[in-house]
Structures are given as structure tokens and as C-alpha cells.
Design a protein around this ligand. Structure first.
Ligand code: PAF
Length: 287
């Protein structure tokens, strides 16, 4: 257990985490879990603030999960800033930080993978094969390690939320999943640890994603043709200087299957490359 000069306690092993949780349970305290991969920004702090309002004790986790990165993705380069994160969590009033290393999370012989069919098989499930198995496996472990009453996740990772809701229901994990709206910079760019990869020129272009999908959502709500609207959004992004577009798509907000009617709850989701960064964002299609 690491103890620093602060009220935040940091632990790196499951036994220390469980001891602390059991003590809180004996005192009848409710517990919120906020899983993260660190490199914390205002979006994460919004999750912590919401967690504090909803539960007596808040556990944040920091674990850059190798299982959710593909072989050509940015696992090694992913920003890591544990001391700064510790200070931010302490200032946010978080009670406990669980920051295991890879062998603590996946000990020698680890052989289990959680796969969620359907919602995992589209969009990022196609663009990043295996990504959601890695997410589902680590989040299942974190939920079972901490056994919180609630766990909070940002809406920016909309498909991740759908995957988590599905396995939590399917596996009867006794936790309420709380969806927290995306936090944006004033120009609309969704906050993300990966925004750190953007050069100043790319950062100036990046808000174009939110602008394009917001416009497309309004146009589809107004009755314009879905396929044409999405094609126009992609053309705009390309003209603005974005790189490969993995998808800009209109989906059913719960199943993430292609939207077939405007009567269904709809969501526009996008994943677009810009320099070293792969940016994702999503918005609701207004009714
Ligand atoms: O959204 C994230 O930061 C990660 O996917 C999560 C949920 C912490 C699992 O590693």
C-alpha cells in the first residue's frame, strides 16, 4: 500500500483494495467505482464529482489495459502521468486509488476473456478487433474486485457503455452503470487523453468532428436522407484535413444496429484519424 501526504490512499493489489472495501461495507457506506486509464482530464474529474454526489466513498482505478490495444495501437505511447493523476484525484476528494500493474491484473496463467456478441461486433468492434473483449474482461475484473454499488463511465465511449451494460446484465453483476455526458472543450472537442497527441494545427481542425456529427444529427432529425447526410459529413471531414475515417454512422441508440427509421432512438457515432490521434465522438439524433 502506498500512503502519501494526502487523504487519498493508493493501493496496487486486490487484497488491499478488498480490505478497504470490506471496512466501508461494515460501516454501511455506499461505494462508487470510476475506472480509468489515467492521463486524467476534466472529463474524468466530472466523473469523480458525480460519483462523490452519488456514493459515500469513491474508488478511482488507473490501469492502462494492454488487452484492449491492438498490436499496432498506442499501448506503449499511451500517456502515463501517475503523480499528476494522484494529485488531481486527491484534489477531487477521491477516497481510494487502485492502480495495479499488469502482473497484478493478469497473473501468470491468466486465460479468461469476456466476449459480448452483437454490440461488440460493429463500429469499433470492426475497426479495432479484440478491443471490446479487452475492455469487457478488465471491467468485469474491476467490478468483481471492488464490488461497488455504482460504476460511472463517460458517454464519449458510447459503444463501450453499451458493451458494459450488456455484460453486466448478462452476468448478473450487482452494480448500477451510470452514464455521464461527454465533457467538451469550449470549441466542442470531446475531452480525451488522446487529444495530447494533436499538434496545434491538428487541434484547430479537431472540433470539426463534433460540428459535422451535430449537423448530421439535426439534418436526419429534420427528415433528410440518412445515407446522403452521412456521406456529406464524411466529405466535409476529408475537406477539413482529417485522415482515414473509420466510420461516421447513424445507429440505433441501444442495439447499435443500423438505424432503419427515424422513430427509433438514434445516435451518430464517428471515429476519425487525425495525425497520430484516432478521435471518437457521438451525439444523439434529436426526436
Ligand atoms: O474508458 C476507459 O478509459 C477504459 O476503456 C476503461 C473503461 C477504463 C477500461 O480499461
Amino acid at each position: 500500500m502506498l500512503l502519501k501526504d494526502s487523504s487519498l490512499i493508493a493501493v496496487r493489489d486486490v487484497e488491499s483494495l478488498r480490505r478497504r472495501v470490506q471496512a466501508w461495507r461494515r460501516d454501511n457506506l455506499s461505494i462508487a467505482l470510476v475506472p480509468t486509464m489515467g492521463a486524467l482530464h476534466k472529463g474524468h474529474i466530472t466523473l469523480m464529482d458525480r460519483a462523490k454526489k452519488m456514493a459515500d466513498r469513491v474508488i478511482a482505478t488507473i490501469f492502462v489495459n494492454p488487452k484492449q490495444f491492438g498490436p499496432r495501437e498506442d499501448f506503449a505511447a499511451y500517456p502515463r502521468q501517475e503523480n499528476a493523476d494522484f494529485e488531481l484525484l486527491n484534489a477531487a476528494g477521491v477516497d481510494l486509488l487502485f492502480a495495479p500493474d499488469v502482473p497484478a491484473m493478469y497473473p501468470q496463467g491468466f486465460a479468461t476473456s469476456v466476449h459480448v456478441s452483437g454490440v461488440s461486433d460493429v463500429l469499433d468492434g470492426v475497426a479495432r478487433p479484440g478491443h471490446f473483449d479487452g475492455v469487457a474482461t478488465v471491467v468485469t475484473k474491476l467490478l468483481l474486485q471492488a464490488l461497488p454499488d455504482i460504476a460511472l463511465f463517460g458517454e464519449k465511449d458510447y459503444q463501450q457503455l453499451a458493451v458494459i451494460r450488456r455484460f453486466v446484465a448478462d452476468l448478473n453483476i450487482p452494480v448500477d452503470i451510470i452514464q455521464v455526458p461527454t465533457v467538451r472543450d469550449p470549441d466542442g472537442l470531446a475531452m480525451s487523453s488522446r487529444n495530447a497527441y494533436l499538434t496545434p494545427a491538428e487541434r484547430a481542425i479537431a472540433p470539426g468532428i463534433y460540428a459535422a456529427i451535430s449537423l448530421a444529427a439535426r439534418q436526419i432529425a429534420a427528415g433528410e436522407d440518412i445515407a446522403q447526410t452521412l456521406a456529406a459529413a464524411k466529405t466535409t471531414l476529408t475537406q477539413q484535413g482529417f485522415g482515414t475515417i473509420d466510420y461516421v454512422d447513424a445507429r440505433h441508440a441501444e442495439t447499435l444496429q443500423p438505424l432503419t427509421s427515424r422513430d427509433e432512438p438514434g445516435r451518430i457515432l464517428a471515429a476519425v484519424h487525425l495525425g497520430r490521434a484516432r478521435l471518437i465522438d457521438n451525439v444523439a439524433i434529436p426526436k
